[in-house]
Design a protein around this ligand. Sequence first.
Ligand code: ZN
Length: 132
Amino acid sequence: MKRIEHLGIAVSDLETSEQIFTDVLGTPPYKREEVESEGVITSFFKVGENKIELLQATHPDSPIAKFIEKKGEGIHHVAFAVDDIEAEIKRLMDKGYQMIHETPKDGADGKRIAFLHPKASNKVLVELCADK
Ligand code: ZN
């Protein structure tokens, strides 16, 4: 893996959190995007080489709604940039790690993504993230 691509932060109210992170980071979000398959609306900020992704659920069955119900708002996942996402998935599965997505899917911000099961990695949800 190359570097941290972004941190995903689960929020209840995107408007409010966009304002908070605009203040904290000193820069406004550069895009908002809905990922229907994940039941989320996302908002992205650039911080140097890295990004912050705010995620708000669009319906009560969304993984983000369930996360907030269980744990409250806060850091949801760490995304790592990879060159060859298929090879990274295979590398991890060969070592016995459980993937949520065994094949990459389309994520926000023009990426192909796959999540490692948090049970496999100290309850830290890890996202692999490759350019399309
Ligand atoms: Zn993400």
